[in-house]
Design a protein around this ligand. Structure first.
Ligand SMILES: Cc1cc2nc3c(=O)[nH]c(=O)nc-3n(C[C@H](O)[C@H](O)[C@H](O)COP(=O)(O)OP(=O)(O)OC[C@H]3O[C@@H](n4cnc5c(N)ncnc54)[C@H](O)[C@@H]3O)c2cc1C
Length: 396
């Protein structure tokens, strides 16, 4: 692996960086970025949509796809460079679910009709997606899901419930898993569907997070009717379609770039803030903690680029994306906890309080990232995959 960017990649990095730096000036008051930023308030959502439309015009929502589906035919390293610039500036505008989970699955397993219908619409930012996989009794063991899809003429009729559906209250579309053959072994009887969110038979209820933000939801299907053409890939093969997208969900460089920006803010805070008559930046314990975090973030960044390089060669690589997801999300939790510890009791104040340092950002991250260590497969599940697929240990 060559650790240097090419001249073209450097130029692209600068172009992305300049664009997002400029766009950050249009952020609404109190913008916190991330999923809370875009999904929790109407202003945040309007900002997300305005950036999405500009990114679509530039062709930046489809960098690695083939041109025939609206893509730019660039590599996954270029995609990682984009993700890094986007996350560093805490920008919205990228439909995480459509771009990073549904699109890789469509490209790998979608029929020609599936690809031509959905990929160009994602590239043009006409759709915003949510992910209907988890159910009340199917999370880590996703294949035990019980939502049921029954064939009826030209349609499937779906009944069941999904949980933790991020952004479902804003999304225009959902991709979902439902059981089409209840008699088959559990991984073999599942089908992957897509649906508009405004079809009759879909109800969305908020699942307020512990900080009271509205990001997550429960989604109920009551005789939801979906045309057969909305099956992605083959009937009863939904598990394999799912696996094509899930590794990309675990490999992003974005979280590291966001963490790097957060660390920069924390370092600045320590340079400007005195405790007991001395700058925090002069306290040896604080300095060691900051140095440790900077080192770990750089290691995570290199690993993220390694994963992007690896996935360019082997899209189904499992252990390396799992290691990236596990290490990076746990690292961001450590970063936020360290920040709150350094800030003392003020660090626990919420955004909105005039006493909250850095607008309460780190206590928000503490709460939010705890969820991210569970979402997309918990830390324990990632460790199981590394042990099994990466180290060749027995499965159980
Ligand atoms: C913030 C957030 C956002 C999410 N967004 C979405 C979304 O948009 N769409 C969607 O479909 N889902 C979403 N999810 C759901 C997420 O994928 C599941 O929460 C996750 O897979 C864990 O499932 P569970 O919550 O049912 O926990 P469980 O599977 O019940 O796990 C409970 C605990 O047991 C451990 N455990 C379970 N099995 C094993 C095992 N085999 N070995 C060792 N330990 C094990 C887990 O690590 C965990 O600590 C989201 C979750 C969160 C927290």
């Amino acid at each position: 692996m060559d650790f240097k960017f090419t001249l073209e990649q450097e130029a692209l990095r600068k172009e992305f960086d300049d664009f997002f730096k400029e766009e950050a000036k249009n952020a609404p008051e109190g913008w916190v970025g991330g999923f809370e930023g875009r999904y929790d308030t109407d202003e945040g959502w309007a900002y997300h949509r305005s950036v999405a439309e500009k990114l679509a015009q530039k062709g930046w929502l489809s960098l690695p796809w083939p041109r025939e589906y609206g893509g730019q035919e660039l590599g996954l390293i270029e995609q990682a460079i984009f993700n890094e610039a986007w996350a560093y500036h805490r920008a919205p505008g990228v439909d995480f679910w459509g771009l990073y989970i549904l699109a890789p699955s469509l490209l790998e397993y979608g029929s020609e009709e599936n690809k031509r219908e959905w990929l160009p619409r994602i590239a043009r930012a006409e759709t915003d997606w949510c992910q209907g996989w988890t159910e009340p009794n199917a999370g880590s063991d996703l294949a035990s899901l019980t939502s049921r899809a029954v064939e009826d003429g030209d349609d499937y009729v779906i009944n069941g419930q999904k949980m933790w559906t991020t952004g479902a209250h804003r999304a225009t579309h959902i991709f979902l898993l439902a059981r089409t053959d209840p008699d088959a072994p559990k991984h073999a009887g599942i089908t992957y569907f897509v649906s508009e969110m405004d079809r009759p038979g879909i109800t969305v209820r908020p699942l307020y997070y512990m900080d009271r933000s509205h990001v997550y939801n429960e989604v109920f299907f009551d005789n939801l009717r979906i045309p057969k053409k909305n099956v992605i890939g083959q009937v009863n093969q939904g598990w394999y379609v799912t696996m094509a997208g899930i590794n990309f969900e675990r490999s992003g460089c974005g979280a590291v770039a966001e963490g790097k920006r957060d660390l920069e803010d924390l370092v600045q805070f320590c340079k400007e803030t005195e405790r007991n008559g001395q700058l925090l930046a002069k306290n040896p314990i604080v300095r060691y903690k900051l140095a440790e975090l900077a080192t770990e973030l750089e290691a995570a960044r290199q690993w993220g680029y390694y994963v992007a390089w690896l996935q360019g060669k082997d899209p189904m690589a499992i252990a390396a994306p799992s290691a990236s997801k596990y290490f990076t999300t746990e690292l961001i939790v450590r970063l936020a906890n360290t920040a709150v510890e350094i800030m003392g009791l003020y660090g626990t104040l919420k955004r909105g309080s005039k006493w909250a340092p850095l607008h309460g950002k780190f206590q928000t991250i503490c709460q939010f990232y705890l969820g991210v260590t569970i979402a997309a497969g918990s830390t324990e599940i990632q460790k199981n995959l590394i042990a099994w697929m990466g180290l060749g240990l027995p499965r159980k």
